[in-house]
Ligand binder design. Structure first.
Ligand SMILES: Cc1cc2nc3c(=O)[nH]c(=O)nc-3n(C[C@H](O)[C@H](O)[C@H](O)COP(=O)(O)O)c2cc1C
Length: 229
């Protein structure tokens, strides 16, 4: 058997272009999560935690990482903005994008809210459903006009030669709609609702002995299980 190098020693002697983050080490301190205080429904728990997160004044509290995967299992993750939390988590995007193609072929997704300043994480997994046209239209109309023009000019995730080419596309759309006319929603621009069947809430605690609770959908209600950190 060949001897394996000590990874920490290897990192210390690494060439300068290696970024060694071994010494970046935070303690996650909190009073933890108490089972008796958890809401029965994880979406209620999410709304309570979201209010506490938003109250800390983060730059864009609605941001979350969304993971999707091809039917073959190759994953991709990117940040999107959650725009509504009802019986699921709603976000808007170009349905002809890379994520849109993955969701058409494999309508499952995962969200990871990394609220590190609160030592909290919320993970969500579930089926992803396209939003009905009226919900998409309502959100489209609520967006600033300049954002609508940019969205109409962008075939999201498609290559473009350079920034000038992108600006030229935008100018073309802006000229075509005129200054006061409505900006029509492109047919491919839409939204999705991720309806969770699993939600995990995580609260960092001292010495990496964190609290984790997993909600699993069980018929019409939710089962709650503590997980080891
Ligand atoms: C803070 C932030 C918010 C974003 N919000 C959205 C969003 O709401 N919808 C969206 O389609 N892309 C959003 N993006 C861009 C996505 O991360 C991603 O680049 C884009 O959707 C293309 O992803 P895809 O090629 O995997 O489809 C956001 C990015 C960041 C960093």
């Amino acid at each position: 058997m060949t001897e394996r190098p000590d990874p920490i020693a290897a990192a210390r002697h690494a060439p300068s272009e290696v970024l060694d983050l071994t010494a970046v080490r935070e303690q996650y301190l909190s009073d933890g999560i108490h089972r008796a205080e958890l809401a029965d429904d994880p979406l209620d728990q999410f709304r309570t935690w979201y209010a506490q997160w938003a109250a800390t004044g983060p730059y864009d509290p609605a941001a979350v990482t969304l993971a999707t995967a091809t039917p073959e299992g190759r994953p991709a993750a990117r940040v999107v903005l959650i725009r509504r939390v009802d019986h699921g988590f709603c976000f808007f995007t170009d349905t002809t994008s890379h994520k849109g193609a993955e969701l058409a072929a494999n309508p499952q997704g995962a969200l990871c809210f990394g609220w590190i300043p609160l030592s909290r994480q919320v993970r969500v997994v579930g089926a992803v459903h396209p939003l009905p046209a009226e919900e998409v239209d309502a959100y489209w109309e609520a967006r600033p006009r300049e954002s609508r023009i940019s969205a109409a000019a962008s075939a999201q995730s498609e290559p473009v030669a350079d920034r000038a080419a992108l600006l030229a596309r935008r100018t073309e759309v802006a000229d075509a709609v005129g200054s006061d006319d409505p900006v029509d929603r492109p047919a491919g621009w839409g939204g999705y609702r991720l309806v969770p069947d699993e939600v995990e809430v995580w609260q960092g605690r001292a010495d990496r002995l964190h609290d984790r609770f997993l909600y699993t959908r069980a018929g019409g209600s939710w089962a709650i299980q503590r997980l080891m950190p």
